[in-house]
Design a protein. Sequence first.
Length: 138
Amino acid sequence: MELAARVDEYGKPAWIALIILGFIVFWPLGLAILAYTIWSGRMGCWRRGGAGRWYETREGRESRRGRRRGATSGNTAFDEYREETLRRLEEEQEEFEQFLHRLRQAKDKAEFDEFMQQRRRRAAGPDEAPGAVPSAAG
């Protein structure tokens, strides 16, 4: 396809502009161009597993934090401070996640206990009100 080869010479910005122009002129045309660029892999971000897979690798996490080997500021005192601060923040994050887990467990337990109480009340029958003293017949 000669037209696609010409647009490829200008790269992704040209494809994006063509998609937008297609939507402006006639929306089905824009949709068709968008589908073609995704299907053909011309946008590239979906080709090799996308950023999601890279983002979750150890290297991805470390590069987001700026903790690659050799990535120093040149000031050893600042680098030590940064490493200590990041370590402390990671510990605090882990503690917070544990707290949220315990909080969810407590909420789930309270909801389950409430459900069981309601179930017992229904099983006891509608004639017995909760907290009512049974009358002695006889």
